[in-house]
Design a protein around this ligand. Structure first.
Ligand code: URA
Length: 229
């Protein structure tokens, strides 16, 4: 069993930061006890994605990778797309990027099982290439529906693919990361933050200091909004 505190310290050390954790108990209340038919809507969405036709990604993928975590969470995180391990296990963020993601979340006292995690594309792109714009656009329809169903108070977009899926290609992640933005989906406004993707941080460890700023910013917003997690 992995000691989470050690992972936590490892991430903080790797970004050369000192962070004092408060000792307040974590509130684990659910968003709503009724679930509002969320799980049924998610099954329908999954079926819709499964029935996608003429998709280059689906053609070569082993499994559909839909989501992980708590569908009642008020925090939703969106990555890019499955890699090799995710494709095999049918679960997002279980490879090296997932290990770093877990450390990043732990560093701000979030357990990944308490948030909801998905990707822009739900099938592994061949050779882990970045999804093409046409693919991002096609899957962004499902992503928008996914966000509407989960209805998060905070939406965390990790990496340029997630940014492009919801904001188009005009933005640069290096400029926009760490800023709170609003995005309207199905007439509802969602509070969103862009940050670097963990796979990018593995390639560019010098950028971890910016990711750490974003993480602290996210933690602050969770506390300000009294989000139950
Ligand atoms: N990278 C992603 O964006 N998502 C995953 O699920 C794994 C790696």
């Amino acid at each position: 069993m992995v000691n989470k505190e050690i992972l936590n310290q490892e991430f903080l050390k790797s970004i050369e930061s000192e962070y004092i954790f408060d000792s307040a108990p974590i509130n684990r209340f659910r968003k709503n006890e009724e679930n509002d038919g969320i799980d049924k809507k998610l099954i329908d969405l999954k079926d819709k994605i499964k029935s996608i036709k003429d998709c280059e990604l689906k053609k070569f993928a082993k499994n559909l990778v839909f989501s992980d975590g708590n569908s009642n969470s008020q925090i939703m995180l969106v990555g890019e797309g499955p890699g090799e391990k995710e494709d095999i296990q049918g679960k997002p963020f279980v490879g090296d990027a997932g290990i770093l993601l877990n450390k990043m979340l732990n560093a701000i006292k979030i357990k990944r099982e308490n948030i909801y995690i998905t990707n822009v594309v739900n099938y592994r792109p061949p050779k882990n290439r970045k999804p093409e714009i046409s693919e991002i656009n096609r899957y962004s329809v499902f992503l928008r529906e996914h966000i509407s169903i989960i209805n998060p108070k905070i939406l965390i977009l990790m990496g340029s693919t997630a940014m492009e899926a919801l904001f188009g290609q005009k933005l640069k992640i290096s400029k926009e990361r760490g800023k709170w933005k609003e995005i309207i989906i199905n007439q509802k406004t969602f509070l969103t933050i862009l940050t670097f993707h963990p796979a990018y941080l593995l390639r560019q460890p010098d950028q971890k200091k910016f990711a750490w700023e974003d993480l602290k910013n996210i933690r602050k917003k969770i506390d300000e909004l009294k989000i139950k997690i």
